[in-house]
Design a protein around this ligand. Structure first.
Ligand SMILES: *Cc1c(COP(=O)(O)O)cnc(C)c1O
Length: 390
């Protein structure tokens, strides 16, 4: 397993106490006001909007302007962030292969503004100047062949050679698992709905860029696209970020233990059992810890420096097992999405009509690993009995 890198928990816990904003509250207080009193010029000389430090504002004016600091910007959702990235880069062509189906739909909407001018190519096609490579890694499971960690540096070098840009959808590996800028990415996108939010109760998208100038341009666009987060969601996000460094490494470690254990079940021949589970029930496990080096020598552990992805997929023996399996679990909730503190088991076909009907996606939460293992074990046993009854 890759060595764990600690996120700076102190910064996460105290980072929102912006110096000029500290009050007696320990937790951030919430303000849902969309507008703010103008300062009295008799007391404070007026400062024009153009001189306001938008990243660290001393005062608020209107909540569509001032909500963030850093080179990261938050959006109303992951897809709102995706749309903002398209508007920002204005790519001539987009190189994209597989990945979250919603991003394709966002690209289709964006295409309406560009007509036939915007071409879609595959990430392994030849690139040209003006291309944007849209790389999701680790890759959301959409089909049997696609579940993997992709080599960011390889695609960065390839697209930079022609002067194009690389965007990484890093939703499946938030900090401290993966830092795509280290491998040449130009922009990092997250669906903050997943691990940053972490409690299945807010929608959020995040774009991170390297230069202040880019951030300012994105901020301008966001103001006039109107795609910022709501105040309540931003407040929930601040609460969530305080425990990101505790949640994500734990979810990653538990997922790795479970994936390795499930892989032992998958390697058990039919007719034998492994820890009470009959061989043949689990046909395959996809997890970055099982990926190994590729033909170019790329080792996924170099990229996932803080641990393996906490969401992964298993292939059951047949579609019938997969249909019933999520509903036989006690702690795993049968639901789509990922990244929350509660574990989820999803029959992938329900939300992605192109998926293999035998795939179950598991999003691992922060429960005790032994309880989750026991839950999976009993459901894997029950599913075979169910089959006998059918
Ligand atoms: C969920 C998800 C998105 C979209 O994010 P929303 O917050 O649901 O809009 C984009 N990419 C990936 C990989 C996702 O899992």
């Amino acid at each position: 397993m890759a060595p764990r890198k600690a996120l700076n928990g102190t910064v996460l816990v105290h980072g929102d106490a912006v110096a000029n904003n500290i009050g007696p509250e320990v937790a951030p207080s919430i303000s849902v006001s969309t507008t703010f009193r103008a300062p009295n010029p008799a007391i404070e000389p007026p400062s024009p909007l153009s001189e306001l430090d938008i990243r660290n504002p001393k005062r608020h004016i209107y909540s569509r302007y001032t909500q963030q600091k850093g080179y990261a910007l938050t959006y109303a959702s992951g897809l709102a962030a995706s749309y903002a990235a398209l508007v920002f880069y204005q790519p001539k062509r987009i190189a994209i292969t597989e990945g979250y189906h919603g991003c394709y739909a966002t690209i289709e909407v964006y295409k309406k503004t560009k007509g036939a001018d915007l071409q879609i190519i595959g990430i392994d096609d030849e690139y040209q100047p003006g291309d944007l490579c849209w790389l999701e890694t680790p890759l959301n499971p959409t089909g049997e062949a696609s579940w993997k960690v992709r080599d960011i540096q390889y695609y960065a070098d390839k697209v930079h050679k022609v002067g194009g840009k690389l965007l990484i959808d890093s939703t499946f590996a938030p900090p401290p698992l993966q830092y795509p800028f280290k491998f040449g990415a130009d922009c990092v996108m997250h669906s903050g709905t997943k691990y940053f939010g972490g409690h299945s109760d807010l929608l959020c998208g995040i774009l991170v860029v390297k230069a202040l100038e880019e951030w300012k341009a994105l901020h301008h666009d966001r103001t006039f696209l109107g795609s910022m987060m709501g105040s309540l969601e931003a407040w929930l996000l601040l609460r969530s970020l305080r425990t990101l460094h505790l949640r994500v490494p734990r979810q990653s470690a538990t997922a790795t233990t479970l994936a390795q254990w499930l892989n032992l079940i998958a390697s058990t021949p039919k007719g034998q059992t492994y820890e009470g589970v009959p061989g043949g029930v689990v046909a395959r496990v996809w997890h970055s810890s099982l990926q190994g080096k590729d033909s170019r020598g790329f080792d996924p552990s170099t990229q996932l420096e803080g641990g393996w992805n906490p969401t992964f997929a298993i292939l059951l023996d047949n579609a019938e097992y997969a249909t019933h399996f999520p509903h036989l679990l006690k702690y795993f909730v049968p639901a789509t999405s990922l990244g929350g503190i509660e574990s989820l088991a999803e029959h992938r076909l329900q939300s992605d009509s192109g998926a293999d009907p035998r795939i179950i996606r598991l999003s691992i939460g922060v429960e005790e690993v032994e309880d989750l293992k026991e839950d999976l074990r009993q459901a894997l046993q029950k599913v075979t009995e169910l089959k006998a009854k059918l």
